[in-house]
Design a protein around this ligand. Sequence first.
Ligand code: ADP
Ligand code: ZN
Length: 604
Amino acid sequence: MTQSPLHILEHTFGYREFRGPQAAIIDALVTGKDALVLMPTGGGKSLCYQIPALARPGVGVVVSPLIALMQDQVDALRALGVRAGFLNSSLSPEAVRDTERALWAGELDLLYVAPERLIQDRTLELLHQCDIALFAIDEAHCVAQWGHDFRADYLRLNVLHQAFPQVPRIALTATADVRTRQEIIERLALEQAEQFIAGFDRPNIQYRITQKNNPRRQLLQFLREEHSANAGIVYCLSRRKVEDTAAWLCEQGFNALPYHAGLSPQLRQHNQSRFLRDEGIVMVATIAFGMGIDKPDVRFVAHLDLPKSIEAYYQETGRAGRDGEPATALLLYGLEDVVKLRQMLGQSEGSEEHKRQEQQRLNAMLGLCEITSCRRQTLLRYFGDNLAEPCGNCDACLHPAETWDATEAVQMALSCVYRTGQRFGANHVIDVLRGSEAEKVLQFNHHKVSTYGIGKNLSAGEWRSVFRQLMARGYLDVDPEGYGSLRLNPSCRALLRGETAVHLRKDAKLAAPEAPRRSPARDIDPVDLPLWNALRACRKRLAETQGVPPYVIFHDATLREMVARRPVTEAQLLEVTGVGDSKLARFGEEFLAVLRAEDYEGAI
Ligand code: ADP
Ligand code: ZN
């Protein structure tokens, strides 16, 4: 009585068709093969193991390092009528026993397990007594020592292959680079696995990279004008800045919460679950936050500091818009970011080789910030994906940047760095160029150098733009020991002599590019707002009684489709994307009551 994958997709999940490579991946597992899946965040990885686990006899065992999220994942599956459970250190001994008993009795379709729990003898022995549909190894890049999320427990997962050679395994990750992929294959013995590498494009995310000017004002404008009632993440580099920014956003009337590794585990857990459960929370966080957060309706990710690499940037911004609805990724960056990161890398421990790699990654990131062509094409090319045409949904496509002939300004900038002894930071050099009488200028007798005052025709802001771009392009180095002092890189000789023309990008004026409002109610006709609000209230009520996040009941897209189609019978409601058998049985009556009331009111 096993069901076909398509039947499960329609009846259990309420979706009509598979996305991208899902069908092929599921097919490979159902026929007993191993698979390695690389898909961007939000691409739809979970279905790739959930459906085969349901289609094959026995329990699907999912290994995940994200203990804090297991409860929510299991709740979401139960709402779909799937028999799911989890085992990790957060459970009481009784709860562990209950789950183990259910497992032993064959009453589970899916079991989520922390890696350290799975590799215990006790767990392995228990699993030997069960029918196992498959092993899914989520966040598989954790096995790679080269990567940034390495977990020692993951190394021991190769025991699965040895102890259960018959059981198909699927390893999944959103981390793209070839080296990590190779390490996953070796360490998990997946040489025979079919590889599925999905395209990395996330077309619904609008990428915007803007010069930092007055970051708080820029953020505020962005939030107020485009995302006033939306959930989103604001990333900052330091814990201090996280706390300050969160407090300040609260003063400005937003529901903002901080998250960083310095907070107590309880508070982190509390803030994370509020982010998942309440609507419209802005999470201000360091990069400690986000791995495995599969909240589908994150509408924006804003970076107030420059990420260290394109990998990190793409992973962090990928947390926006998993539901496929429009979302925004905003990065504000400036001269200080370049100086700070270059310095941090210079001082970091580790081999020269390691430093060189980090440097290359940072250079690629800076290149992305400074290009004047389509951001998405550059991003995807970095991951080996090709986008034939400019995307039309990034700042560079929507508001093409102008460039200017900066040959002469560049010569002035470089020679002023040289004349002042290559011992000063950009701000001081700019003071000299602009003929400032600042104390420091006079103190070092820099009002006497030949470049003093020759750059008055550009504003300080314009000069900062010049210096930032020179650093980003590697013509100026930042001394890791000094206080951000600049030095000429040998590559700048031709520029210094004026032999090569240089075109730089003109920084956009502060005015944000006009963009459509993206509140959850967008596309809702004002006459439909009462129904929309009634459906949302119904969802909220059900979510609270069930103790789950609202999106576990239904996604925004499902509610929007209800507004558009006005189903009033069960059969009509079942047509709506996201409504499967179990959700119809559990929540159908309540939503139909709202829809029918509306129908009645509309009729009179
Ligand atoms: P990932 O784990 O790859 O980041 P998820 O598995 O969380 O992504 O899926 C992202 C979102 O896409 C989820 O909300 C999921 O319900 C939805 N989704 C996945 N596959 C489909 C599909 N075939 N049709 C419609 N929605 C889908
Ligand atoms: Zn573009």
